[in-house]
Design a protein around this ligand. Structure first.
Ligand code: ZN
Ligand code: ZN
Length: 187
């Protein structure tokens, strides 16, 4: 299992500078019709979801970048495996999500419209950190859970319903409220 989940609301000093791994395409000197396959290491920033930080490991993550150049444009493919760690949204226990990503971007040689241009490419440099980070965020499920169908915490007493499944009788009143009830003047 991963490191224990931090308490909700606990703030933490940022450990990372903005993670930026850029790949300089000019270094490839790739002719039209050429293909290059490169092993790269990509620094990833923690993802912030619902006020919680989710770390990615390994970080930097090894990845394989393939660049294929045609006269009409360039195709970029990125293959990586990363695990996202963070608190379960229902019970706050450590959750881990392994992801296998195969990504693809296209940049037309003359990109007249935004659809033909990769938003991760600027000045012949491919921003691998932002590309991989966006893809990880998109690949995550709506709710990050520690296990399928996590039962969460009891809304009445806060105990973990996975470890301690229980119900409260409807007449079970919180003792603090019971004390207030006792003080109340009869009508
Ligand atoms: Zn859970
Ligand atoms: Zn309870």
């Amino acid at each position: 299992m991963a490191a224990p989940a931090r308490r909700p609301g606990a703030e933490r000093a940022p450990r990372y500078r903005a993670a930026v791994t850029r790949f300089d395409l000019r270094a490839l000197r790739l002719p039209s019709g050429g293909q290059a396959r490169e092993q790269v290491e990509i620094a990833l920033e923690p993802l912030l979801l619902g006020g919680q930080a989710y770390e990615q490991r390994p970080n930097p993550v090894p990845a394989e970048l393939t660049v294929t150049r045609a006269s009409s444009g360039t195709v970029f493919e990125l293959v990586l495996e990363v695990t996202v760690d963070g608190p379960c949204v229902r019970c706050l226990a450590a959750a881990e999500l392994p992801l296998a990503l195969r990504l693809r971007e296209y940049q037309a040689a003359r990109a007249e419209t935004e659809e033909l241009a990769s938003e991760y490419l600027a000045d012949d440099r491919l921003d691998l950190s932002r590309w991989a980070g966006d893809a990880v965020a998109l690949a995550l499920p709506d709710k990050i859970l520690c296990r399928p169908g996590c039962a969460g915490l009891c809304p009445r007493c806060g105990r973990d319903l996975n470890l301690d499944p229980h119900e409260h009788a409807a007449s079970d009143v919180d003792p603090r409220w019971a004390a207030l009830e006792a003080l109340r003047e009869p009508d």
